[in-house]
Design a protein around this ligand. Sequence first.
Ligand code: ADP
Ligand code: MG
Length: 465
Amino acid sequence: MTGPSADFAQLPLSPQTLANLAQLGYAQMTPIQAASLPSALLGKDLIAQAKTGSGKTAAFGLALLANLNPRRFAVQALVLCPTRELADQVTTEIRRLARAAENIKVVTLCGGVALRGQLASLEHGAHIVVGTPGRIMDHLERGSLDLEALNTLVLDEADRMLDMGFFDDIAKVARQCPAERQTLLFSATYPEGIERLAAQFMKNPQQITVQAQHEAGKIRQHWYEVRGDERLHAVSLLLNHFRPLSTLAFCNTKQQCRDLVQVLQSQGFSALALFGELEQRERDQVLVQFANRSCSVLVATDVAARGLDIAQLEAVINVDVTPDPEVHIHRIGRTGRGDAEGLVLNLAAMDEMGSVGKIEQLQGRESEWHPLAELTSGSAGPLQPPMATLQITGGRKEKIRAGDVLGALTGEAGFTREQVGKINVNDFSTYVAVDRRIAREALRRLSAGRVKGKTVKVRLLEDVA
Ligand code: ADP
Ligand code: MG
């Protein structure tokens, strides 16, 4: 899709930045980057709309870094995000992009985290702040965050922040920013509230939309007609037939998410649900388990899944047909990234055929229908993920590093490097993925041994046979 005009080198970026982008493997601009960066780097206000996974973070990240003076120790850029995990993802990406420059400090300020650490980070000086509107408001009210030197304000996932009722908080924060600034608004969709935000806080914003298009053939879509009462069971038939390692299953309601997870778990699948009401700590755990391949199926509503950057997603299952065809395009864009082929499995009941028709119109092609009866489960038994997750009490606050955990497992405990997967060190706990077949033994040996010279509490996050 990207032509020769998508070369980063045509942008007014420093040689160090270009070298860093090459090192990150960003060979070409994505379409939204190519459409927005030329104006963004000229300091223009932008409203940019493109689907999830299209590289929006780097689009505003490069712009805010270009506005930044590293030798000035003051907050010069603020990025507002709807949730903590999105703020964490944005922070990580900005840090990667900022590697090219000297010592740029990025601080994340989100709710659900103790204020004390945040106050200390702010006192040490920050160039860039990334956070959720509520917590940013808290800091502004306490006087611990000063926006006088700010030159870039970014509203990321603006549609979702509006969904979550953040309009007033965003407005308050924006009013505390200097009038002389660049404002960049990024969004996957364009609801009415966005215009209101733009009218109040932006200067002649340029509007950029990159149409949600997927390369035909890269995503295989199958449709299955179901009766209402066989829908949830059909999901397990699909999983056992196609056996994808990681699947994101979309439901239209939270209740459907709960019901599906219950059905799948009772049949022995490793499935977890992601919906709005989970506590932050629970959400973190769910995402860690899915990303480290110890959970096969993540069941989510559209709102809960919005913005999550999940790599290596083999399949998307649309358990319910969405009435909004644009949402369908966003859902299926989660699979078939990069060079991988994507698989989308859709279940539709008679009363959803109107919505199916709208999707066909938007995609410009007819659906390919298959009978449920063609699904076979073979003899392999229920689908299992390759890994299982151990949770260790103690994390960053105890100065535990990934290397300590890997060392404990491969040293004293005697496992090989290949049996250990992803290690996530959070503030108060550490998650390590291990080969499912050794999970119980790893639990036993870690509990009996030491991590960083100390005994630790360890538990398996699910029942592993
Ligand atoms: P969005 O915010 O649009 O959902 P992200 O900014 O999270 O998308 O980017 C999705 C993924 O694409 C990230 O893993 C990011 O590192 C990667 N990415 C961004 N820009 C490029 C590029 N130009 N080339 C290759 N990968 C990129
Ligand atoms: Mg994003």
